[in-house]
Design a protein around this ligand. Structure first.
Ligand SMILES: Nc1nc2c(ncn2[C@@H]2O[C@H](COP(=O)(O)OP(=O)(O)O)[C@@H](O)[C@H]2O)c(=O)[nH]1
Ligand SMILES: [Mg+2]
Length: 259
């Protein structure tokens, strides 16, 4: 499937943590450049709609959670499955048709050339563009504050720490003990803190994004909880760095190496 590639990966797997994505899944799938992707895995987190039927219809590899286990737990299932299937690069994309997956070949180029180990799709190229794209003002403001703070603590210069488009080389997923992370949304923050902790190079590329009713399910309360948990992760990072305590999210991934 992957001929004339602009990258050196043997197997590129796209993973989608899905929850009630029936109405947006096909559009998301249609936009993915199939010529540079070998397999698409969808993890269904016990959706109450027809997400699984739609995924089967599209020919995706489908993994079903038998109860709602959370967004972080879904990503754990995504990455476990991609690693078992010998992925050499993994792209995580929300199936809510919010992220423009035309950037996939470019992202693979950055990973493949060794310029970066992790790439984040940044929804915030400019304030005007983000708000015009429909990002709710409160999400924009909280994202900016959190992102500035996270950059400061982690020594990065990223545009959007909270994006639903992320790409990694296999080595990143082999190294980071993501099984120790939260099963909730803060999984994403923990993962980036871990990527920094383990010395991976993180970069971002602008990703055109769309906001519409179905593309945004997290309400204000969940966002607030996520924001507070993000601050706690930054605290853990500092405490671990200066050696005051050790946290399991920053432990070495012995299990994976022994497998
Ligand atoms: N696996 C899983 N995903 C969920 C759950 N609740 C929400 N999501 C997903 O979390 C993703 C991020 O939420 P969203 O509101 O789109 O965030 P935003 O786009 O950053 O405003 C969405 O794609 C949802 O489908 C859940 O219980 N389990
Ligand atoms: Mg969304």
């Amino acid at each position: 499937m992957t001929e004339n590639k602009a990258h050196k990966f043997d197997k590129v797997i796209v993973v989608m943590p899905a929850f009630n994505a029936e109405s947006t899944l096909k559009k998301t799938y249609d936009e993915i450049p199939k010529e540079c992707v070998d397999e698409i895995i969808l993890v269904d987190d016990f959706s109450s709609d027809q997400t699984v039927a739609m995924a089967n219809k599209l020919g995706l590899t489908v993994i079903c959670h038998l109860k709602n286990r959370g967004y972080g737990a879904s990503q754990k299932s995504c990455y476990d499955s991609a690693l078992k299937k010998e992925a050499s690069a993994v792209i995580m994309i929300h199936p809510d048709y919010q992220y423009d997956s035309r950037i996939i070949p470019h992202v693979l180029g950055f990973l493949s050339s060794g310029i970066c180990d992790v790439i984040i799709g940044s929804r915030i190229r400019t304030r005007r563009e983000a708000l015009k794209g429909g990002m709710p003002l409160y999400k924009y403001i909280s994202n900016r504050f959190l992102t500035v703070f996270e950059n400061l603590i982690l020594g990065q210069n990223l545009g959007d720490f909270h994006s639903g488009f992320r790409a990694y080389t296999r080595k990143v997923l082999d190294t980071i003990p993501f099984q120790n992370n939260s099963d909730d949304f803060v999984f994403d923050t923990e993962f980036l803190a871990q990527a920094v902790f383990f010395g991976f190079k993180i970069g971002d590329v602008p990703i055109p994004s769309r906001y519409f009713e179905e593309a945004s399910s997290i309400n204000f309360r969940r966002s607030l909880k996520y924001g507070i948990q993000t601050l706690f992760v930054m605290g853990k990072f500092i405490i671990q760095k200066i050696g005051l305590a050790k946290f399991k999210i920053f432990s070495s991934n012995l299990n994976r190496k022994l497998e």
